[in-house]
Design a protein around this ligand. Structure first.
Ligand code: J2J
Length: 550
């Protein structure tokens, strides 16, 4: 555990003091929070999934039941547990059970496949993996079998549903027993979120109870969460947005009610909105557009819906303007990141501001700078790099042991300034009243409708193919997803078929959303002045193609 703690950079002492003095960081862990909520809201409903309804007290008891079972299985303070579950209540139960034990969840997404999950297990030296049996046609147990063979620290696989040779989640629920004592302190590590990634492999983002707790409280204020809030969890529950902005954790903290949707489709979600009188939900832009298109034909009564949050990728203003008329609710734009900083438009802001900006930092203690290439602040109104530090923005990624010729910690040196500002990789403009407009990106990443794809990760995979001499992965504009993944390939020998390359990547266990949807073959790459591949030139070719075909 000491080694893990050492590898997670902590905030400098004077900022720790500041954030405590200012009342940002308080002395409550998530385990203690749930215990308090159970005392305060006892019989009120906390969570609904299908026909299952759990009150705050029942949720708290179930969490203790699982914590006892996990303890018996040998899960202790500081142990890392990779969780990969679709939207179901066991996710919530497992989070709190691990929080109470002081074990550290690592949040994988259901769309991740063997390659990613193996990386998370290895990077975090995980002791256990929590999955479901099957979902959306994919058997997670088969994947876990492979991962187990290659990650020696992985001692336990826990399965929701048919466990086969593994440990069944339900068997771990020990209904009888003493309440489980909450192990961690408020400034301890709570879990690892995953970075969207800009490099070969996704980075682990260490979050602490106190910094995340603060982000929930500020979110609840910005989103006006109350006891009457009914929040539909439609996006993948493990993502930072539906977890914390205000997400399921914020809404529980506020004493509201969660409705867990297995899938974000309009059909399923509209029915749930009517049945449960949902007041609020969050979506990525392509889903928001899908909902907007479906709403006019909807049979369901959507009148309870008050707030639709949209974030994760840029929402174009034309779509933003359609929200109120089509869904009869208010729009809130959310520009956040798992590393910390979250911006919201105000619920009662002027409609133009809501439709055309990505909001303002939620905390007065967020330090947000728009800078040029030399980290010098640029005059207001200009477009520049967004850098930030504050009471809930990490001071550094988990420092993985050195691999290859990169020195240990090199990634943090690049991603943070000398005085601890996180380089978001986003290009923004700040309006005179302090609202941010996302104008683009410096990081080598594709944002596929909220799903982040690191170009380098896909490039490395493609380079492993015999008929690939060189490759550059870039974003291509797309009216629905905003961007899709495109690979430019310089072949070696015979030019491979696009289908063969796509298949190759899936067989290597890469998440399907990362697999390029278009391949272009070139004899050589356009180069920049210094002889590097010019991705800018490649992107321009795509733009030219796209507009030509419109
Ligand atoms: C443009 N780009 C956006 C937006 C995120 C709340 C909401 C979203 C995330 C998230 C999150 C954007 N317009 N409205 O964690 O708590 C892009 C930026 C950003 C990156 C972060 C939350 N909202 N983005 O999306 O860690 O490029 O978090 O740096 O997945 O998504 O991605 P992620």
């Amino acid at each position: 555990l000491d080694d893990i703690i050492e590898r997670c950079p902590d905030y400098p002492l004077e900022r720790q003091r500041l954030y405590r003095d200012q009342g940002c960081w308080i002395d409550e862990t998530f385990g203690a929070m749930l215990r308090r909520l159970s005392a305060e809201h006892g019989p009120r409903e906390a969570l609904v999934e299908g026909n299952l309804r759990l009150s705050y007290t029942e949720l708290d008891q179930r969490v203790d039941g699982l914590a006892r079972g996990l303890r018996r299985l040998g899960i202790e303070r500081g142990d890392r547990v990779v969780i990969q579950l679709p939207n179901r209540h066991e996710f919530v139960v497992a989070c709190f059970a691990l929080f109470r034990l002081g074990a550290l969840p690592v949040f994988a997404l259901p769309a991740h496949r063997r390659f990613e999950v193996e990386h998370f297990c290895r990077a975090a030296t995980a002791k256990a993996l929590l999955i479901c049996d099957k979902d959306a046609g994919f058997d997670y147990r088969a994947m876990a079998r492979d991962v187990r063979l290659t990650v020696p620290t992985l001692k336990q696989v826990i399965v929701c549903g048919e466990a086969q040779e593994f440990t069944a989640f339900d068997d771990l629920l020990e209904h009888e027993g003493e309440p489980v004592e909450d192990v961690p302190s408020a400034h301890d590590l709570a879990f690892f979120q995953l970075s969207g990634g800009t490099t070969g492999v996704p980075k682990l983002i260490p979050r602490r109870h106190d910094d995340y707790h603060y982000s929930l409280r500020e979110s609840n204020r910005a989103c006006a969460v109350t006891l009457d809030t009914v929040y539909l969890v439609a996006l993948p529950i493990a993502h930072n947005f539906p977890m914390s902005s205000p997400g399921f954790l914020g809404v529980l903290l506020g004493g509201g009610r969660l409705v867990i949707a297995p899938r974000p489709s309009p059909d399923e979600c509209f029915a749930l909105i009517e049945r449960e009188r949902v007041t609020m939900t969050s979506l990525v832009p392509p889903l928001a557009m899908l909902w907007l298109d479906s709403a006019p034909h909807a049979q369901a009564d959507l009148s309870s819906l008050d707030i639709l949050q949209v974030g994760g990728a840029k929402l174009v203003s034309e779509a933003a303007r359609r929200v109120a008329p089509a869904l009869g609710c208010r729009l809130q734009q959310v520009f956040g990141m798992a590393e910390g900083l979250v911006n919201y438009t105000g619920l009662d802001d002027p409609i133009e501001l809501i439709n055309t900006t990505q909001g303002q930092p939620m905390s007065e203690l967020d330090e947000v700078l728009v800078v040029d290439d030399d980290d010098q602040p640029i005059p207001p109104g200009g477009v520049g790099h967004l850098i930030t530090r504050g009471p809930y923005t990490i001071p550094g990624y988990f420092v993985a042991p050195a691999e290859g010729d990169e020195p240990e910690g090199a990634h943090n040196q690049r991603a943070f300034t000398h005085d601890g500002f996180y380089r978001t990789g986003d290009r923004v403009q700040m309006t005179p009243d302090g609202y941010l407009i996302v104008e683009g990106r410096d990081k080598d990443q594709i944002n596929r409708g909220g799903e982040k794809v690191a170009a380098e990760e896909v490039e490395n995979q493609l380079l492993a193919h015999d008929n690939v001499h060189d490759v550059a992965v870039v974003a291509m504009p797309d009216p629905y997803l905003g961007e899709r993944v495109c690979a430019f390939v310089v072949p070696r020998g015979e030019t491979p078929k696009p289908m063969v390359l796509a298949r190759f990547l899936r067989d290597r266990g890469l998440a399907h959303y990362k697999v390029p949807e278009r391949f272009e073959f070139l004899e050589a790459f356009p180069q920049t002045g210094v002889g590097k591949i010019s991705k800018k030139a490649l992107r321009q070719t795509l733009k030219a193609h796209w507009f030509a075909s419109e």
